[in-house]
Structures are given as C-alpha cells and as structure tokens.
Design a protein around this ligand. Structure first.
Ligand code: DP6
Length: 310
C-alpha cells in the first residue's frame, strides 16, 4: 500500500566561515563557507495530502512560524513539487527538537528536512527525476534557504558556489553549546542581512578574506593548532558583524550582554591559553564548540553563565 504521510528529519549546522552576501539568483553565496553539523539540533517535517496547501506546527513545541516564514517554506515546497512533477495539495507540518524562541536558526534544519520529506513523496509516487544524490538534494535545498545545503553532510561541510560537500577534517566530535543572550525575534532577517552587506565599505575584499581564512582554518584543524582555529573563528564572526554595523543603513544584533559574554570568554582564553571555538550568527546569541577533552571547561563556563546555556 502506498503511504499517505511522508516524514524526514535533518540537523542544523553552525558556520565557522560564514555565508553572508549572495550573487545572482538561487542563493549562490558571495564566498565559500565551512560549517559543523549540529546533529543534536534537528527539525522534522511531515507532509500529508490536504484540501489546500498549508503549513501547520507539527507539535506544541513549535510556535507559529511568521507569515513570511510560512510563505518561504511553502514556496520551497512548490519549487520541489515542480522539480519532481508532484501534483496535488498538501499540508506541511514542521517542528524542531529545540525551543522555537531560543534565538537559534531553524531554517537550515527545516529546509533540509522539507527537501528530504518531499523527496520521499516523489520517490513513493514514482515521479520523474527521482534519482537524486545527497549532493543534488543539498543543491535543491540551497534554493530554499542557502545554509540548509550544508546540513546534508556531517561532521564538516564546505559550500562553494552552487554545491556543498563533506570535508574530511579532524575534530568531528565537538560539543556544542549556545549562550542564549536573547530570545527575541530578529528585527532584520538573515535574508535581509544578505541583501544589505554589499552596501558596506568593508564588503570590498570580503570574498578573498573569507577564502583565505577558510583555508587557514582547515590547515589549523589538520595541524591540530586549536588556538589558531579559535582566533580565526573569532575574527570571522567579528568581520560579519562589522559588515552589519557598517551597512547602509547599518543594523545590529550585538547586545550589551553579548559583548559582556564575549569579553569574558576572550579574557578566559587569554589567561588560561585554552578555550572553545566562539562564533555568532545573524543574532545576539553566542555559539561555543568544545573538544571532548574540554568537558570540565564546558561545565565550568556553563555554571558561570547563570542558566543562559542551552
Ligand atoms: C548568518 O541561509 O538563513 O547564518 O539563504 O536567505 O535563507 P537565506 O539565508 P540563510 O543565511 C544564514 C547566514 C548565517 C551564516 C551561515 O550560516 O553561513
């Protein structure tokens, strides 16, 4: 019997070299990026035939997606249906296994899960073009939301131009924490941030610097130069936030608490000579990646953060 419910899940990812700025159409990035896949932070998508096209929360952990968010999600579903020749109306349900209001980006995991669930539907219905590879699914997912194309590979993914691929690097078992500085909805979406950063005077040379930094970061991982990697990640997220702050008009995600926490983390790193990789996305929250042997440091930092660590 044919199924009438298609379901898939996918992980989120955190970029250490950032995708920020696009060229042309189809979410082609201005520069390559490198990410670590967050296998513990996942989205699930379910698709079911329905009287009309609609999005619903899959469970009560999922707060309502904004109208714009729903439209972006359903537009991607329509694009996938066209690609695979799927007809009919469906209800798309999605949920994350992390709180929706914790300020964590769920678009990477949810668009990857939507692409995979729609592919299940296409295969089940014997639709055209159903011989996809992980790489081609990743490229399809990129069309919906750029950063989702890296969620198809683990532990490390590199995204250059139209395609993402896995990268074989050490430190595949990093532990991830987020210091949740704010749970507020962003006033500038990351799609809007992509549009604005080219207006910054600092954007010139950004692609070259990102490429150079990406290569230096991979070399640092291969050489086991952890502290060098900490510094490269530090410069990279600051560069992205400097682009935000100098766009025309400028915008900002950095809060006083973000700055206080960053200063604390940097002081600890400088005084002890060891620390996690620190990075920030287009938001005020701070992501930390620890090596397994830094468990004590992770617990100590968590203890000092007064319930802010997710
Ligand atoms: C700051 O993938 O959310 O997280 O392609 O417009 O959907 P769209 O943008 P999105 O951009 C995320 C940017 C970032 C950095 C990164 O993940 O590389």
């Amino acid at each position: 019997m044919k199924s009438s419910l298609w379901r898939a899940e996918a992980p989120s990812n955190i970029a250490l070299i950032k995708y920020m700025g696009k060229v042309g159409v189809g979410n082609i990035p201005s520069n390559p990026s490198l990410s670590f896949t967050l296998n513990h932070l996942r989205s699930t998508v379910e698709i079911e035939p329905s009287a009309r096209v609609q999005w619903q929360p899959l469970d009560s952990t999922m707060k309502d997606l904004s109208e714009g968010g729903q439209q972006k999600f359903l537009r991607h579903f329509a694009l996938l249906c066209e690609h695979w020749g799927i007809s009919g109306d469906f209800c798309i349900r999605s949920a994350n296994n992390f709180p929706a209001d914790c300020g964590l980006a769920s678009s990477a995991s949810s668009f990857a899960a939507l692409t995979l669930a729609t592919y299940q539907l296409a295969k089940d219905r014997g639709q055209k073009n159903h011989d996809e590879t992980i790489e081609s699914l990743s490229s399809l997912s990129r069309l919906g939301s750029g950063s989702s194309c890296r969620s198809f590979f683990s532990s490390w993914a590199e995204w250059v131009g139209a395609s993402a691929s896995p990268v074989d690097l050490p430190y595949g078992d990093l532990m991830h924490d987020v210091i949740v500085v704010s749970r507020d909805k962003k006033s500038v979406s990351s799609s809007e941030a992509h549009r604005r950063v080219p207006t910054s005077d600092l954007f010139q040379g950004r692609a070259e610097r990102a490429i150079q930094r990406l290569n230096a970061l991979k070399d640092a991982f291969v050489a086991g130069s952890w502290n060098e990697a900490v510094d490269l990640c530090w410069v990279e997220f600051w560069e992205m936030h400097a682009l935000f702050e100098t766009s025309r008009p400028p915008f900002s995600y950095m809060t006083e608490t973000s700055l206080r926490v960053l200063r604390f983390l940097r002081n600890e790193f400088e005084s002890s000579g060891d620390g996690p990789l620190v990075t920030m996305d287009a938001g005020p929250n701070i992501h930390l990646l620890y090596r397994p042997d830094q468990r004590d440091l992770q617990n100590k930092t968590k203890g000092l953060m007064d319930g802010m660590v997710l």
